[in-house]
Ligand binder design. Structure first.
Ligand code: C6P
Length: 424
């Protein structure tokens, strides 16, 4: 039974007061989520009782640490429903996972090969491909979004050619909240022989992911956006593709043999895990995965939809505010991005911060998307399963204060501007 008040007690930080007596209201979960005490305790327990390097020692501590670390790999496999043809590589974050792919897959690409992205990508799924373009002279294309803030699937299909080596796409936009239809794109990619990469940084924490069923080749996400520590990224992928790929980083652990002349690589996944990994945080991430699954992804998703719907109904009363999201709340659960042409989003974020409320303002590491939307920045409230309707009420009250201060309600010109959709 989902009980948000009981759940909140698991998170020490949610007790925190800001600016003296203001209760913290944390609505910046798309940036990073808070951590339950059992995850924090797991880090302390590791360092206090079995800290050792893994895969190297034969002593008891090394064995315990190795088993705990490798056990998390199995947990991740279950979390994303991998079959035996898939493998998990631990990285530092989603960004590193995508850099690994752009570098290692890219080693076999040639001038004129094409990479297809979308206009709603995070910089983490753009810049690694620009780096590859600088090395290999590949061409990069962007599938457009519609004025309903959804992917234009027809145009995307037309952009796929025989030269499209990779389609790399976000599962859920960190700005619009839009959830993309990966299965549909997977069919197109498969027919064309393109590799499909999915950036699941914003989806894996909130909804059930079935890697085999989605039909993609790789999936990347981050521990810190799902109750786990920072410094742990996940890269799920098809084993046969990992086996064909060049290593990303060289050093200890990723080798089988090194001579004065050359080296041979270790098996997948260790071939992609050079050097001592982030052992403590990987182990604590395993605890976070157990915790999330105990609460239940269906309950998490349902709660977030309800909260988003509740917040939207209240936000829409500010008719001078533009909300950047698909009309159907089911397509953007948990993320609400808004702006208006007069008050800078940073000013809104600063005013609500005075009430103890954390939201994000800025370009959200998606500058090309901001350009498409015709703004330089927006404000964003992003929710997780420990947020409540009471918190939304306080947030709406704080926004009202900010808008009253700037006398936005009285500005007729603003309301007309809000009617405009995406700038062309
Ligand atoms: N977005 C946000 O506030 P890292 O930093 O590597 O863990 O995640 C990068 C990343 C990749 N893809 C998407 C869709 C993301 O949202 C993010 C992180 C945060 O929106 C920080 S910029």
């Amino acid at each position: 039974m989902f009980d948000v008040n009981k759940i909140r007690k698991d998170f020490p930080i949610l007790e925190r007061k800001i600016w003296g007596d203001k209760q913290l209201i944390y609505l910046d979960n798309a940036a990073t989520t808070q951590k339950p005490k059992i995850v924090i305790d797991a880090i302390v327990q590791y360092y206090e009782t079995y800290n050792a390097n893994i895969h190297r020692g034969v002593h008891k501590l090394a064995e315990e640490a190795t088993a705990a670390y490798e056990n998390v790999r199995e947990k991740v496999k279950k979390y994303v429903s991998c079959d035996s043809n898939s493998e998990i590589v631990f990285t530092r974050n989603t960004t590193e996972s995508i850099n690994l792919l752009a570098y290692s897959l890219g080693e076999s690409f040639s001038e004129g090969d094409e990479i297809l992205l979308t206009e709603m990508e995070h910089h983490s799924n753009i810049v690694p491909w620009y780096l590859l373009r600088n090395r290999k002279k590949v061409n990069i294309k962007f599938a457009p979004i519609t004025d309903q803030y959804e992917l234009d699937y027809e145009k995307l299909e037309k952009l796929i050619t025989k030269k499209t080596k990779v389609i790399s796409i976000t599962h859920k936009s960190n700005v619009l909240g839009t959830v993309n239809d990966i299965k549909k794109i997977a069919k197109l990619a498969k027919t064309n022989g393109s590799i499909l990469i999915v950036d699941a940084a914003q989806s894996a924490p909130h909804m059930k992911i079935d890697f085999s069923d989605l039909g993609c080749d790789f999936l990347a996400f981050s521990s810190h956006k799902m109750c786990g520590p920072t410094g742990v990224g996940l890269l799920v992928g098809k084993k046969e593709l990992f086996e064909k790929m060049s290593p990303f980083l060289g050093g200890g652990e990723m080798i089988r043999k090194v001579t004065f002349e050359d080296f041979t690589t270790n098996d997948v996944p260790w071939k992609f895990e050079a050097g001592t990994p982030n052992i403590a945080d990987v182990i604590a991430f395993g605890v976070a995965l157990d915790y999330i699954q105990k609460i239940g992804l269906d309950s998490i998703y349902k709660h977030e939809i309800e909260l988003t719907q509740y917040a939207l109904t209240k936000l829409r009363k500010f008719d001078f505010l533009k909300i950047y999201a698909p009309a159907d709340v089911n397509k953007h659960a948990g993320i609400i991005t808004f702006a208006n042409p007069v008050v800078h989003p940073h000013d809104i974020a600063t005013i609500v911060d005075q009430e103890g409320i954390a939201i994000r303002a800025g370009h959200h590491c998606a500058q090309p998307l901001m350009k498409k939307l015709g703004v330089s920045a927006t404000s964003r409230a992003s929710l997780y399963f420990y947020n409540t309707k009471d918190e939304i009420d306080v947030f709406i009250g704080a926004l009202q204060k900010a808008f009253d201060y700037f006398e936005l309600g009285a500005c007729k010109e603003l309301k007309e501007k809000v009617g405009e959709r995406i700038s062309k």
